[in-house]
Design a protein around this ligand. Structure first.
Ligand code: CP
Length: 318
């Protein structure tokens, strides 16, 4: 594996999952794999889980992890080719990325979308420019449209939580929120579950919240949340803003929030969320504090997903 920015960089999802579970059982099995190697983790946006789990994963492999909060502490970067930099940006990625390439062995980056211009966000300019100019492997810590480390984590969590021989039924259920959020987690979860191909996958959301078919193709999509929840083994709860009329909130109807009454429709489903979560807006206290929630297990698994990916990159790239 050279880069890790989407499921398309992965040749065998199950192998990556099994490697992650092996690291969960034995975190220091490859404690010298990354010795004398350094990962630079660049954050253009806030993070708790991604930042800490990636740092721990790198350390478990013997790597040094250096965190740089570019968004708060660095020079404002320019990403457009041939930009006339007479505005607020101070340094071009074309100049900065090769320097990161000299300082580090792997570069990991978190960026968010602007949610203002869909074509710009979906072009994934930021991460593509880092890949183009850094000259070292690049890992997405969440980009404008995808969150692949989260999705790998989610499949790890589903794999270890489902012990039946049949396929699980997985429902991605839209939830209300107070502000427009990216489509990254929902896009990425859909892309990974569809590519994995080992689940009956249903997406439910209000009208006007369609995601891009590029990611959802293969899933059953319905506006009827109650119908979707019937016999679900896993319910993945997430808000996202509109895709077609880009980056808007039309619907924040509390009836879309999952509660114990809705849970009765499911097959005693495990409830997942990438976190952070707005309690009693996206998910009720009774669900988050109840026995069906596996959100802490899911967040803890971020370490093993990151460790599995970093190990794969280290093995491939020396
Ligand atoms: N789920 C997730 O990416 O969490 P952070 O934003 O805290 O990293």
């Amino acid at each position: 594996m050279r880069n890790f920015v989407s499921v398309q960089d992965v040749s065998n999802i199950d192998a990556l999952v099994q490697q992650a579970l092996a690291y969960k059982a034995n975190p220091f099995a490859d404690k010298t794999l990354g010795i004398n190697k350094r990962i630079g983790c660049l954050f253009l946006n806030p993070s708790m889980r991604t930042r800490l789990s990636t740092q721990i994963a790198a350390q478990n492999l013997g790597m040094e992890a250096i965190i740089f909060n570019v968004g708060n502490e660095g020079w404002m970067l320019e990403f457009e080719e041939e930009a006339i930099m007479s505005g607020t940006s101070v340094e071009h990625v074309k100049d900065a990325a090769p320097i990161f390439g000299k300082y580090f062995d792997i570069l990991a980056i978190r960026t968010f979308p602007s949610l203002k211009n869909r074509d710009d966000d979906y072009s994934e300019l930021y991460i593509k420019q880092f890949i183009k100019y850094a000259g070292i492997p690049v890992v997405s810590l969440e980009s404008a449209t995808l969150h692949p480390l989260q999705s790998l984590t989610d499949i790890i969590t589903i794999t270890e939580s489902f012990n039946e021989t049949r396929k699980p039924k997985i429902v991605l259920s839209w939830a209300p929120h107070v502000k427009p959020l990216p489509q990254c987690v929902a896009n990425s979860f859909s892309q990974w579950i569809n590519t994995w191909g080992k689940a009956d996958f249903v997406i439910t959301h209000p009208e006007d919240y369609e995601l891009s078919e590029e990611f959802t193709k293969g899933a059953i999509i319905t506006y009827n949340q109650n119908e979707a929840l019937i016999d679900a083994d896993f319910v993945y709860v997430k808000n996202w803003s509109t895709f077609n009329d880009y980056g808007k909130i039309y619907e924040s109807d509390p009836k879309w929030m999952l509660n114990n009454k809705k849970l009765e429709l499911t097959n005693d489903a495990k409830i997942m969320h990438c976190l952070p979560v707005r309690r009693n807006v996206e998910l009720s206290d009774e669900i988050l504090d109840g026995p069906n929630s596996i959100v802490t297990q899911e967040a803890a698994n971020r370490i093993w997903a990151a460790q599995s990916v970093l190990a794969e990159i280290l093995k491939t790239n020396g």
